[in-house]
Design a protein around this ligand. Structure first.
Ligand SMILES: Nc1ncnc2c1ncn2[C@@H]1O[C@H](COP(=O)(O)OP(=O)(O)OP(=O)(O)O)[C@@H](O)[C@H]1O
Ligand SMILES: [Mg+2]
Length: 386
């Protein structure tokens, strides 16, 4: 190995080899990531909103296909696709109505490592599992979300597959970049390192339209989705400016440490200044909600509990009441290129606790989304949920 540029080049090659070996090992035998989860009848009753008997009756009269039978002769459980078919058969899918605007949530903070991608991928899978049509757009050239979905971003994703052609004004709509994932109801627009070039191409000829390109792209495909999630890079650049303008809701993850808190204050200041410029040059920005989400909370670390209490009393209901705790399960899942929802459901206590925490955070966000849809808000009010 050399000592200068040759050394760096060698390191890149070896890291890429390692990444491929790691991915191939995680998704043997064919390197393809699949959803192998199966839902029990109890899960199905909860997710579909119909009784055990109603589901069995629908299987009996041919409206539903029964689940696969395993070698032991027992039913293997339902796939997410089958759960969604049940929702269609019973008319219980939770979706926006035609008069409800698709929600576009940016999970944004310019600080790195605050769990933006972790939150985006878990929220995306949770919402799709609840039956919504979800599009996750990886706006970060580091491509963390893209690799969570099983891709090697720099080998298997071409720059033509990312946002780049649209941001270079070479495409009329974003349809070309949308791909379905193994997780029924969840589509993604992937990213890779080349997306970084958009920072230069957008900066080359700045007009007011430069900042609304992603917004336009999203509008070109929004009709097909209920919820669009944006996973941005950890910096203020042209892509992040586009994200801020394209979103109609903002979720700001913030670990409760003094450094992260200070960075979040800087983020809010930069956000304010950015919004002032965008409103002046492009148009009004009106978010349906802006929420802080305490992430990576470790109550055993000194000072974190005190800081969380202070944040909650100062910010009131701008902070989500559920917090994403630091969890070994999230680290384990990340090391396996999975989300915690994708791990074996072997019901260890630790895993169940982590799933409960994730569900609490995600269901609180789901409620905010539904509140933003007039047709859902009415039903939620009638049921005393808001
Ligand atoms: N609640 C958690 N418990 C344990 N580890 C976590 C938790 N949330 C995130 N992490 C880990 O922290 C690291 C950073 O998380 P993530 O990549 O989601 O942050 P990010 O804000 O998207 O980072 P970047 O700014 O680089 O895009 C990852 O290794 C992730 O597995
Ligand atoms: Mg990220």
């Amino acid at each position: 190995m050399g000592t200068g540029i040759e050394l760096v080049s060698e390191l890149i090659e070896r890291t890429n080899d390692l990444r491929r070996a790691f991915r191939d090992n995680n998704f043997r035998p064919d390197s393809l990531k699949k959803d192998t989860r199966r839902y029990s009848m109890k899960d199905a009753v909860k997710l579909v909103g119909r009784s055990h008997q109603a589901i069995r009756d629908a299987e009996g009269d041919g409206r539903l296909e029964p689940p696969e039978i395993g070698e032991s002769g027992r039913r293997l459980g339902f796939t997410l696709k089958q759960i969604n078919t049940m929702r269609d058969v019973f008319g219980t899918r939770r979706r926006r109505s035609d008069g409800d605007e698709p929600i576009v949530i940016a999970i944004q903070n310019f600080k790195g490592g605050v769990a933006k991608s972790t939150i985006t991928t878990h929220l995306g899978e949770y919402l799709a599992q609840e039956g919504y049509r979800v599009l996750l757009i990886d706006c970060d050239s580091q491509a963390s979300s893209t690799s969570t979905f099983g891709y090697l971003p720099d080998d298997e994703i071409d720059e033509e597959d990312t946002l780049l052609p649209f941001l270079r004004d070479e495409e009329e709509s974003l349809h070309y970049a949308i791909r379905e994932t193994y997780w029924d109801g969840l589509s993604i627009i992937p990213s890779n390192l080349h997306l970084y070039q958009a920072e230069y191409s957008l900066a080359a000829d700045v007009t007011p339209d430069t900042f609304s390109m992603l917004h336009e792209g999203i509008q070109s495909v929004a009709e097909d989705f209920d919820i669009i999630l944006l996973d941005p890079p950890p910096a203020l650049g042209m892509i992040s400016l586009n994200v801020i303008y394209a979103a109609n809701a903002l979720l700001i993850p913030m670990p409760p440490s003094m450094y992260d808190f200070s960075s979040t204050i800087s983020f809010l200041t930069m956000l304010y200044e950015t919004m002032e410029v965008l409103e002046d040059k492009v148009g009004k920005i009106d978010y349906k909600f802006v929420k802080l989400l305490i992430s990576r909370f470790d109550e055993n670390k000194s000072g974190q509990v005190t800081l969380v209490d202070l944040i909650q009393s100062e910010f009131g209901n701008v902070v989500l009441s559920s917090k994403l705790r630091e969890s070994a399960e999230i680290v384990t899942a990340g090391n396996l290129q999975r989300t915690v929802y994708e791990l074996d459901k072997a019901n260890t206590k630790v895993r169940r606790r982590c799933l409960n925490i994730l569900d609490a955070v995600n269901s609180e966000i789901e409620l905010l989304i539904r509140k933003s849809w007039p047709s859902h808000a009415k039903a939620l009010k009638e049921r005393g949920l808001i």
